[in-house]
Design a protein around this ligand. Sequence first.
Ligand SMILES: [Zn+2]
Length: 407
Amino acid sequence: MVGRCAQGGLTPTDIVVGINPGSTYGDAKRWLPERFAEVTERLCRTIHTSPGQQVSVVIFGAKGEEHLGQEIAARLSSRSLVLSGATTIRELMAAVKRCSLLLTNDTGPMHIASAFKVPVVAVFGPTDWRTTSPFGGAHAIVREPVDCAPCLLRECPIDHRCMTRVTVDQVYEAATKQLTPLGVRGEGLGETPSPPHASRLTPYGALDGVTVFLDRDGTLNYDPGYLKIAADLKLLAGVGPALARLKKVGAKLVVVTNQSGVGRGILTLKDLEAIHARLQGLLEQEDVALDAIYFCPHHPDDGCRCRKPNVGMVERAVSELQLDFRRFYLIGDHARDIQLAHRVGAKSVLLTPAPVDAQSLEGLKAEKAMPDAMAKSMAEAVDWIFIDAMKSAKGRDERERRERQES
Ligand SMILES: [Zn+2]
């Protein structure tokens, strides 16, 4: 493979953009070749290279797709290597691994890339992005929500709108987002320096049935003390991507927040509504849809059932959202969040920016607020939940297997 790359003019320092414009399944899964070429052309111009370094394009494809590869190569001004129909599976894997980014349709190489943690931008048309999207964090799916998709047809009986409506701009934008956080700009080789999050190894749907309760102030957003004005709400670093990882594998996200500022007359319900609209808006920009936000507006002296650590908000969520209470997690930054978790049988993660000293630990024990885990960021908290949920699922499978054997 190394030999073949050298033949094609690729050097070890090249930044390699891979494209896989074909699909053996049928034409319906193919985004338009001229658009693949245009996005690639634009990317090659965008990617920053060090002196002596260059961007090269490798075009993948199956046997019979050689013409497609050549057609795209002819449209590119950067150096390109057409491997369509010319690789064994091992060679394909090695070449995909060498890429800093793979632009692809919904295909096998897409999954190979995600297994190697190569950032992927996949254009989905007739197939179901929910069931066959690559697992792991380093990918973006671009698709158009048309009525007829997913149809799973090999050939489109109408105008192929699921693909023709996907624009060059959309794919280009998704691709630049994949590149930048991975530090490809100016860094050279196609290694991915991003941290190996547990979710990359977590299959789609792995957290179906799991609910993660989230505190709001100090957990999702900076806590200025009685946040009043929606525009002042700012998400804490890393919250969006971390929650997106949970959503992607099926977890439900439910915010439970004490807002006694309302009962104290500091802000109105209308202010609170605006704040929550902004919270949802900011999270939606990060591909996170909250399943619900519950708040307690009461004064601590009101003795209501909903103020944490009381269980009223969780009870309401259970009945309104039909949650499986055997699979609850809670992330919060306050002892009363953890106390609530204990009361509803949720596993809990306490967010704490600094390590907890022995004295505070004793304090938590005394308050019956010992969490199952502590994390210094939302990303860490989510990693812990992934690992715990996978372990629990494995334990459950084994228990069920034993029970079947015994019966
Ligand atoms: Zn209340």
